[in-house]
Design a protein around this ligand. Structure first.
Ligand code: C2E
Ligand code: MG
Ligand code: MG
Ligand code: MG
Length: 277
């Protein structure tokens, strides 16, 4: 009986594994098809000047519109795109799309409004990444000053010397460089000093508990002070209420992003929001 049971169990697990593998392969082939058919959309979330309460930029955030499953958030497919290498193609789509949307959006904003886009490790460190981005910009007639590139602290730290070189190239072209999710990785302060960046984005996790937790406030304040010492601007991510915004303003945080100012929206809806700002 035991042997019998064992055998069944083995079959059960093997079937289960088959299923997982099957689903994974299906997901990958769906993702390849999504790239061919451009089943993606970029949402835009406002970035606001905390002192003037003025719209100064937006972050482009990708979503996959799956024909059967509906909207899939980036965290559910970017990691698989990274593992399979499909991220480089997705990244190219993102840059092209950001630039074409930027042309429309800039018609309703009349100051130094910029859009930043996200990059992940395999994309950022791929051989043609810089050339591809620069080529797309150069052939689009857009001033690179209206474009920002976001890299996370962990991407930056994966190969600091190479990151410094790449970011310098983007900065020399006039692009903004933003260090995303700051505080969640483990960059040494020494590298923060060396990295050619313009803006530090304080990770949402520090902002989330700020109202209740005085230590979180102090951490946020230290990141702001440190960034200012290094002559960098600061964006606080994930601001959801006015109390957080007030505290951050009193800490002289430059910019804010979060549901308080607006959720990520499709381009047309974002443009409506931008006009009303
Ligand atoms: P991220 O770059 O740190 O983007 C901020 C995330 O926080 C977004 O999630 C945004 O919707 C969310 N968020 C903004 N404000 C608030 C708030 O007040 N409260 C809460 N709870 N959340 C807020 P989203 O759009 O799901 O993106 C998740 C991550 O996926 C991004 O984190 C980024 O790392 C990655 N990602 C998004 N778009 C792209 C892309 O085009 N390429 C790559 N490589 N990664 C992307
Ligand atoms: Mg980001
Ligand atoms: Mg972030
Ligand atoms: Mg984040």
């Amino acid at each position: 009986l035991a042997k019998e049971k064992g055998k069944n169990t083995f079959c059960f697990y093997s079937l289960e594994m088959d299923n997982i593998l099957q689903q994974r392969l299906e997901f990958e082939s769906d993702l390849r098809k999504a790239i061919e058919e451009e089943q993606f959309i970029l949402y835009y979330q406002p970035i606001v000047d905390l002192k003037k309460i003025q719209l100064c930029g937006a972050e482009g955030l990708i979503r996959w519109i799956h024909p059967q499953k509906g909207i899939i958030p980036p965290m559910s497919f970017i990691p698989i795109a990274e593992q399979t290498g499909l991220i480089t193609q997705i990244g190219k789509w993102v840059v092209t799309k950001v630039i074409s949307d930027l042309k429309n959006i800039r018609e309703v904003v009349n100051y130094n409004f910029y859009i930043s886009f996200n990059t992940s490790l395999r994309e950022f460190s791929s051989a043609n990444f810089i050339d591809d981005v620069l080529y797309t910009i150069e052939t689009s007639n857009i001033d690179p000053a209206y474009l920002g590139i976001e890299i996370t602290e962990s991407v930056a730290m994966a190969d600091p010397q190479n990151t410094i070189k790449s970011l310098k190239t983007f900065k020399e072209k006039g692009m903004k460089v933003l260090l995303d999710d700051f505080g969640t990785g483990y960059s040494s302060l020494n590298y923060l000093k060396e990295l050619p960046i313009d803006v530090v984005k304080i990770d949402r996790s520090f902002i989330a508990n700020m109202n209740k937790d005085i230590k979180e406030q102090k951490i946020a304040k230290s990141i702001i002070d440190l960034s200012h010492i290094l002559e960098l601007k600061v964006v606080a991510e994930g601001i959801e209420d006015s109390q957080q915004a007030e505290i951050l303003k009193s800490f002289e945080c430059d910019f804010g992003q979060g549901y308080l100012f607006g959720k990520p929206l499709p381009k047309d809806q974002f443009m409506e929001l931008a006009k009303r700002f």
